[in-house]
Design a protein around this ligand. Sequence first.
Ligand SMILES: [Zn+2]
Length: 78
Amino acid sequence: MLVPVRCFTCGNVIADRYEEFQAALKKSTNPSDTLDSLGIKRYCCRRMLLTTVETIQQIIPFQEAVHKRNLEVKAELE
Ligand SMILES: [Zn+2]
């Protein structure tokens, strides 16, 4: 899933802090301290960053394969 732009519950913009959170998470071992340092206090916003799994890089190869196969089928039909 793509990173949500806003918190689903309160509507706070969180997408601008996602990359910063991921980078800080690699340095720090405690996600709670990382979220505090980013100024994310509400637990609804914190769960948004903690539970997001970025799957777009895993999906892209399948989408490219489907597109390539569609082109092959169209070429065979013509
Ligand atoms: Zn929120």
